[in-house]
Design a protein around this ligand. Structure first.
Ligand SMILES: [Zn+2]
Length: 316
């Protein structure tokens, strides 16, 4: 896969505006507003459903006032975007009614365009963090959202608390013949395989984490560890840092038997056949794992991404 990354987000976060409460209030009046409830976002069939300030006001009969988070502005104009993080005043008992018109990013992320996905990732990641940080980690007092939702501030000691993002490495393991190694977790649907991944631990470099995770899960050491790309993964608060790594000892790979119950080596031909026969399910297109697999697959002549369509699955 190409290591060339798009480095400029399609949304300008305009962080200089976060401290200007008056300006943010003004922008809210003409903003496109993304409703977020319990990790779910408002959608239509294949795109985000934006509210405006008036429609938010009209919904306050059923939903809490909640919090507003400034997501930024479009780069090609002045359009401002906010997340409205709210909850039901009286939640319906019926789950279907509770989340009518709302979906998770896992469910719809693959259908969204780049701008919508960027906004959705930001809104959901930020909402997840606000939900779990109502109190000060220093003194236990209440915290309040401030600076357009980019921090929370303790009401007792005024300490600022910033959103956290948990780094995790994800690794496409290859051998010298350009096969790739995928693993299956016992908690996944049958036949679903993906790349290896794990959280970076304190005091550990990304490369050390890659080596440790691949050894722990697949029993092999790798060399030639190369950075590929990164991707926000707010489920609930990760960023995936993607690498490829090559092993000289593919024959010694074995599943750890705990987290990983099966491993399989794939050549491109083997993957094509396995997908076509329903013998292999891949992670969804929104995931960096899928992008790595597709990038590898299409790097050889005669292999196209559509060969891999249809065989995909979310983990439960
Ligand atoms: Zn405090």
């Amino acid at each position: 896969m190409s290591a060339r990354n798009q480095s400029l987000s399609p949304i300008d976060r305009a962080s200089d505006l976060r401290s200007d409460a008056g300006k943010l209030a003004l922008l809210w009046g003409s903003a496109k507003i993304l409703m977020v409830i319990d990790g779910h976002i408002a959608v239509t069939d294949a795109s985000l459903r934006f509210l405006n300030a008036e429609s938010v006001t009209a919904l306050l009969t059923s939903f809490e006032v909640g919090e507003r988070y400034f997501l930024g502005r479009a780069r090609d104009g002045e359009q401002a975007y906010f997340a409205w993080h709210t909850s039901w005043i009286n939640p319906p008992e019926d789950e279907a009614a509770k989340f009518e018109g709302l979906r998770t990013l896992r469910e719809v992320g693959g259908d969204l365009d780049e701008i919508e996905l960027t906004l959705g990732m930001h809104a959901v990641g930020l909402s997840n963090w606000h939900t779990t940080h109502p109190r000060c980690a220093r003194c236990g007092a209440q915290t309040l959202s401030d600076l357009g939702g980019s921090v929370r501030v303790c009401v007792a000691d005024s300490s600022q608390h910033h959103p956290r993002t948990d780094p995790a490495v994800i690794v496409l393991v290859k051998d010298a013949t350009d096969r790739i190694l995928l693993g299956h977790q016992s908690i996944w649907p049958e036949k679903r395989f993906s790349t290896f991944a794990g959280f970076v631990e304190p005091g550990e470099s990304f490369e050390e984490c890659v080596s440790r995770e691949v050894f722990e899960e697949a029993g092999i050491y790798c060399n030639d560890i190369n950075y590929l790309r990164s991707q926000s993964w707010p489920f609930p608060a990760s960023i995936m840092i993607a690498f490829e790594a090559i092993t000289d000892h593919p024959e010694t790979a074995k599943p750890d038997g705990v987290e990983i119950s099966q491993i399989r080596w794939f050549s491109r031909d083997e993957m094509k056949v396995a997908i076509a026969s329903g013998d292999l399910l891949l992670p969804p297109k929104i995931s960096v794992a899928r992008k790595m697999i597709t990038g590898w697959y299409t790097a050889a002549a005669g292999f196209v991404a559509s060969d891999l369509s249809g065989g995909e699955s979310w983990r439960p």
